[in-house]
Design a protein around this ligand. Structure first.
Ligand SMILES: *Cc1c(COP(=O)(O)O)cnc(C)c1O
Length: 386
């Protein structure tokens, strides 16, 4: 059991501002005018943050980000369509899994997780395969924190007459998105990343021209984005019960974001990222990305001496947890890295605490035979190693 409040240094869910948490105290009726106002503000403010004009519409939906990715892929793709999925991390691969599950046409273009999606490679694929109708890519791939080249990929899709679907889950709110300068067809994000709201609602910003019965083929009832949108347009209501408290917190998070601005939030997160890297680097932890492609969303660190594998990482995680600091709990085997989030209401002092706790962990490891994990591995014997 964790005593008192843990400090989240995770790329969502994240530490929330007190006023966002306080906004969840009101019980609202889901079909009451007060709640319809919450929904209206939320949709409008999301759209304004993306600089998306009246040719776009914003569709919130219950669930985490993946729900709306599945909703978009199963609402807007026809059986004859084929998606080129760019994958340089787990989230690109998730989209491919969803397409496979629904037996929808797709092809995957894989890149190493330390390399951005290559516009040249995508162009070559599109040129070689005229069957491709859609381009899917992740804006910031949270596996590594890498930035993919959104403006160039969108321009390419447009020039080839291919529909673009962007997973901007972890970027929206901290990395500028400008639908006027870089028009997309569908862009997906959720409240619990850089909008700094609790998990429970995600949303798609969709080109309005796509919202017709002819251009949509929903394959499920609950994830039918077109039907969800019709409800909002016709009576301002969600089809089935919305998470009313979370919706109010999403509105509060968006209000705070409007005040801070996307540029302000980007700068705040970048300062956390830089403090984190500056503190951990002398201890032997290096970001796996080169600085030009490293976003301020999260940093994937690697230290082959102190945290060489999942077992050592489990010890490190527990050590930080004992200091009530929570980082992302998974070790990425292929790149031998783990992630620390820079988003949310992280105070600079938390980063300093994390650096100090890490310093203590490193020096314990450097003792001869030091560290519980080393002892455990010696006891388990080599055949039981992962
Ligand atoms: C968080 C995230 C998602 C969605 O994950 P959920 O667990 O469903 O919230 C999708 N793509 C990216 C890039 C993300 O960072």
């Amino acid at each position: 059991m964790i005593s008192r409040h843990p400090r989240l240094l995770t790329p969502g869910p994240l530490a929330l501002a007190p006023e966002v948490k306080a906004s969840m105290q009101n019980d609202l009726g889901s079909r009451d005018i007060s709640f319809r106002q919450v929904t209206r503000d939320t949709r409008q403010w999301i759209q304004e943050l993306a600089h998306a004009g009246p040719d776009y519409s914003t569709i919130p939906m219950q669930g985490s980000g993946t729900f709306v990715i599945e909703a978009a892929l199963t609402t807007f793709l026809k059986d004859s369509d084929k998606v080129l999925v760019c994958a340089n991390g787990v989230y690109g691969e998730t989209a491919a899994k969803i397409l496979r599950r629904h037996r929808l046409g797709h092809v995957v273009l894989t890149r190493p997780i330390t390399e951005p999606v290559s516009v040249e490679e995508v162009a070559a694929r599109l040129a070689a395969d005229p069957q491709i109708t859609h381009l899917y890519f992740v804006h910031c791939e949270t596996t590594s924190g890498i930035l993919n080249p959104l403006p160039d990929l969108l321009a390419l899709a447009r020039s080839r007459g291919v529909t673009s679907i962007v997973d901007s889950m972890s970027a929206f709110g901290a990395i500028e998105i400008d639908a006027a300068r870089h028009p997309f067809d569908i862009l997906i994000s959720s409240g619990n990343k850089c909008v700094e709201a609790p998990p429970g609602i995600a949303f798609a910003i969709v080109r309005r021209a796509m919202l017709t019965p002819e251009l949509t083929v929903a394959r499920t009832y609950t994830l039918d984005l077109y039907d969800q949108w019709r409800g909002f347009e016709e009576n301002g209501e969600w089809r089935s019960t919305p998470p009313t408290h979370v919706a109010q917190a999403l509105r509060a998070g968006l209000m705070a974001l409007r005040q801070e601005t996307v540029a302000g939030r980007h700068a705040r997160y970048a300062a956390i990222r830089d403090r984190l890297i500056a503190g951990l680097r002398p201890l032997g932890f290096s970001p796996i990305l080169r600085p030009e492609v490293q976003t301020p969303i999260c940093v994937a660190f690697r230290n082959d001496t102190v945290v060489p594998d999942a077992l050592a990482f489990a010890d490190y995680y527990q050590h930080l947890r004992n200091a009530r600091l929570l980082i992302y709990a998974r070790f990425h085997e292929a790149s031998r890295s783990f992630r620390i989030g820079c988003i949310g209401q992280i105070e600079p002092g938390w980063v300093d605490e994390l650096v100090e706790a890490t310093r203590a962990f490193v020096s314990a490891r450097r003792q001869p035979g030091g560290g519980a994990g080393l002892a455990r591995r010696a006891a388990a014997g080599p055949e039981q190693r992962p």
